[in-house]
Structures are given as structure tokens and as C-alpha cells.
Design a binder for this molecule. Sequence first.
Ligand SMILES: Cc1cc2nc3c(=O)[nH]c(=O)nc-3n(C[C@H](O)[C@H](O)[C@H](O)COP(=O)(O)OP(=O)(O)OC[C@H]3O[C@@H](n4cnc5c(N)ncnc54)[C@H](O)[C@@H]3O)c2cc1C
Length: 382
Amino acid sequence: MTRPSTPYRVNVLGAGVSGLSTALSLLEKDPSRYSVKVISTHLPGEFHVDYTSPWAGAHWRSYADIADKEQQALDAATYKRFVHLADNEPEAGIMYVTGYDYWEIKPKNFVDPWFNTLLKGYRYLNKDELPQGIQFGTTYITVTMNAPKYLQFLQKKFLALGGMLERATLASLKELARYPHDTQGNRPDIIVNCSGLGSRNLLGVHDHQMFPMRGQIVIVKVPDEIWPKAKQFTMERYAEGASMGTGTVTYVIPRDNGEIVLGGTMDRWSYAEAPEEETTKAIVQRVLATRPDLFKDATILRSCVGLRPNRHGGIRVTASVEQLDWNEGWDNPVAVVAHNYGHAGFGYQASYGCAQKTVANIEQSLQGLEQAHKTVRTMSKL
Ligand SMILES: Cc1cc2nc3c(=O)[nH]c(=O)nc-3n(C[C@H](O)[C@H](O)[C@H](O)COP(=O)(O)OP(=O)(O)OC[C@H]3O[C@@H](n4cnc5c(N)ncnc54)[C@H](O)[C@@H]3O)c2cc1C
């Protein structure tokens, strides 16, 4: 790794879990190698339908296919990071819980998930441990995070390492490349697009593989005497033929502030912002039917909606050297352009792995940057 005389200037678009994890990973790699600025419409502490991250459950329950080794590696790296944070950094809002997967009908040719060796305590549930209406179930130890708190944690870590954060709404990738990185007005050497669902409309990206997968959730509290038990319980309940992305999946995710997230829905292509009362009732009923012992006296605090940034073909985690309008007379027309978006319903559980991969992609592309600068100078003289 060659060391630049001044740090590489990086502009990151987006302050969701993807943008903040990527920005932090760059500084954690080496704060003297990278100077990082995050630019975003929405920032941690805020709630808006165009900002997915604060609405997430969020628990670690990988959906990576048994054959998808790449996604498994990203999810596994993130799990290990979360375990480290759960053990060492209470401010991260990450808790150990016992996870339960319940199937109303046992899937034909059931195959154990790939993570059965990663997570402690993976086993099939005994008949007498199955709730009413459930044919088959598994259990394991996993983690949940308090999503809004985790975003604040990432932001704090990022700022403590010298990161910069600025609110702005940009129309294009080109604007991100032109956006002043510092007070001297220097442009970035590297731009990173972590705009989630925004990548559908951002000029220069215009990714029409992106679409919203709307999720409605209900946030409840349980009586104090139930909380010690409820805070250790997370679940996913699959109706017949359902899996993440299809059919009815019911879930429960506790947060370290005493709130419990109940879900949910997966409404493909819906941007509807308002929660529906009928849906709230249906979610609560499904949870109650599964675990009346925990939820019969629950109080509903609020219902909310978030839009998962789904992408046909899976995540886009790439980097390349690109020439940005050398014929417009830019003084610095080449840059490394990286993307990290399209994480659907697994943006937290893949966040650290995807951020690390983005850093590795950037490192690899930097090798081509100097060569590209030379080529551009030649072209400009023509
Ligand atoms: C109900 C629900 C439950 C979920 N549960 C889980 C779970 O249990 N586990 C899990 O891993 N994941 C879960 N997810 C998925 C997870 O929340 C998302 O995958 C993740 O939050 C996506 O993060 P992101 O940073 O890519 O996008 P976002 O959080 O949407 O961030 C995008 C950022 O880009 C900014 N931006 C966009 N366009 C522009 C622009 N033009 N100019 C400036 N800024 C811009 C936005 O302001 C925002 O800051 C859930 C999601 C929902 C909705």
C-alpha cells in the first residue's frame, strides 16, 4: 500500500447504516490515509420515509442462500463485529438474544441455514417448545440492535476519528464529485454512493433495478415483569410457503430501550407513507397468537413505515476509476467511484462486511488512479 503525501479526499453520499459504516471503515483503516466527509439529506436522529435505516428492526438473521458464499462472508463479518460491539461497547445498542424461526408448515426438503455453525446453540426445537400452529422450528443465539441508537453510535465514532458530516441534497453523482471536500474547496479523489433507494433517481446512477419493499412495523412495550424474558426473545414466523421477500413473515425484535418492534409487511413497489390500522391489528394478532405469554398485555406505542432499498440482482458493491467530463475543463477530472447500496431487508446484518468490501474495492482502484491521471493529461492536450 503506497502512502499518499496528503490523505485521499473521500466524499460519501448518505448517512444511513451503509454510508456511516463505510465512512467509519475508511477512517478505522487509517485516518492519515483518508479524509472523509459524509453528505446527506437526512442525518442520524431524524425519521423520514426516504431514510430507511432508523426504521429497521433490526436483528441479525442472515437470508444468504446456502450457495451464496459471497453474501455469507459479508454477513458473517458483520456478525463478528456485532459480537465484538455487544461485548465491549454498550453505546452501540447491541444485545444478545435467543432467536426462534417458526414454520407453520415444515418446508419440504428443509436444509439447515448456512449460519448453523456460526451461531452458538443452533438446534431444532422439540415438539413441546413449538407454539400453537407451528409444525417446525429452530433456535440459536444472535444479536439485535436498536437501529436509531446504532446510527448515532456510528456517527459519534466517525466524528471522533476526524470525519466530517454535512447536510445537503445532491442531484447527481457529478455533484458529489464537485462538492467541496474541505474549506479550501478541494474536490474529492474518491466518491462513494450510499444513497440507498435514492440511487433510483440520482443522476449518473439512475439504477432502475432499485425498487421499494415497504415494511410496516408496530412498536410496543410489555409490562415490567415480562420485559426480562421478552428482551431475550426474537423470532421470525413463516406462513406456508413464505420466506424473506415473499408471503407473510411475522417478526419480533426487542431493543435495549425497552421497546419491541413487531413486524411486518413486505409490500413490493409501495411508497405509501402512512401506516394502515388494519395492518397494525393483523401484525399484533399474529404475534399474540405465537407468543401470548409475552405479548398478551403489550401496549402499542406507535406504528411506522420504512421502505427497504431492494435491488433486482442483489447489492451493488463496486469501485472503479472513472473519468468525469475531462472535456469540461475540470482540473481533477478522474476519481474513484464506489457504490454500496441495494441492501433490501439485510442492510444492518451485512453493513460491516459491505463497508469492508467497499474499502477493499477502493484500495484496489486507487492503484489505477495515478495511471488514469496521466492518461487524462495526455487526452487534455489533444
Ligand atoms: C421495517 C424494516 C425492517 C428492517 N429490518 C431489518 C433487520 O432486521 N435487519 C437488517 O439487517 N436490515 C433490516 N432492514 C433493512 C435496513 O433497514 C436497510 O437495508 C438499510 O437501512 C439500508 O441502509 P442504507 O444506508 O443503504 O439506506 P438509507 O438508510 O435509506 O440511507 C440513505 C441515505 O442517503 C441519503 N440520500 C439519498 N439520496 C440522496 C441525495 N440525492 N442527496 C443527499 N442524500 C441522499 C439519505 O438522506 C440517507 O441518509 C429493515 C428495513 C425495514 C424498512
